[in-house]
Each structure stands twice: as structure tokens, then as C-alpha cells.
Design a protein around this ligand. Sequence first.
Ligand code: PRP
Length: 185
Amino acid sequence: MTYENDIAKVLVSEEEIAGAVKRIAKQMEEDFKCSDKKVLFLCTLKGAVVFLADLMKNFNLPAEIDFIKVSSYASGTESSGIISLKSGPDLNDLSEYNVVVIEDILDTGNTLSWLLNHVKNTMNAHSVKLCALFNKPDRRQKEVKIDYQGFIIPDEFIVGYGLDYDEMYRNLPYVGVLKPEVYNK
Ligand code: PRP
């Protein structure tokens, strides 16, 4: 059994992703090289871990990492807009950090608008920026400012490079469009 038969087409290749990761890491270095605060990459679970791993290796300034898991009480493929924190980072107070929230995809914006507000106003981060590898603007319900963006993508069902369908396909090294017969089974 392989994944390849389930993928209709490659939307973003490994090489294109690697190029975007390098570009974003350089942009971040420019933004943070003169700051006297520490950089914290705050990675949302689970989808962004692949992106985080590649990004942090390309970022040539001191940085810490941590993880946060939020639930949006999704029903099927639709997000409900009701957000809760399932697990937070080790630190409760982020006032000594320039926090970069690392996301795989910005979709409706419900999760991120809640999360960015939480990091800034509840966890008191010195600064908060959003880094999202993929952006689906056609799906937006809440406005969210993206500071670092990889690709604007159409509203298609994509998997790979961390993105899942039913917890599968996260380990594909590229991002592909899933064949409808896979999720219409
Ligand atoms: C995805 C994605 C974002 C969120 C974006 O996570 O990683 O966190 O949904 O959606 P929104 O813009 O509509 O709020 P998901 O809840 O699927 O969890 P996962 O990363 O563990 O797959």
C-alpha cells in the first residue's frame, strides 16, 4: 500500500517548499537580528512539526522551540470556531520572548485569531508574529495578519508535509491534492 495512488496531483513540490523555507528563515533573521529578546518558535500540533523542523535548521540565530495544541471542535471537515487549549507550552509567561507562531496552514482563521490573541494577551509575549506555510484566503472567516507566508493556495483538499486526512499522509515530503474518492468513501 502506498500513498501515491491517492494523490491527484502534486500542488507544491519538495524543492519549492525547501526554497520557501530558506526565504522565510532569512526574512526572520533580518527581523530578529537586532532584538535583545529571545526568539521562540511556538509550533502548533500536529501539522506544523515538519515545517518547524526544516525552518529551525535554516534559521541562523539563537532560538528556542515549544509546542501548543488547540482544538477547534471540528465537525467533519468544517471548523466550528469554538477554540480551546488542549496543551500549552512549558512557560506561562512569554514576556522575554519574540514569539513566532509556526503554522502549517491558515484556513478559516478561527484557530489563529484566537491563538495569536492568547499568546499576546494571556501569555504576555513581548512580540507575536505568525508564520504560515500555506494560506487559503478563499476560506477565511476571521481576518488574520500573516507575517511570514510560504504559498497562497486554492481551496483544494491538500495533504502532505504535515497536513493530514484522518491522521494519514503527514509524512509525504510534498503537498498534494487528495483524490475525492479517498474522502468520499
Ligand atoms: C489545522 C491547522 C491549523 C488550523 C487552521 O489544524 O494546522 O492549526 O487547522 O484552521 P483554521 O484557520 O480554519 O482555524 P488541525 O486542527 O487540523 O490539527 P492538526 O494540525 O493536528 O491536523
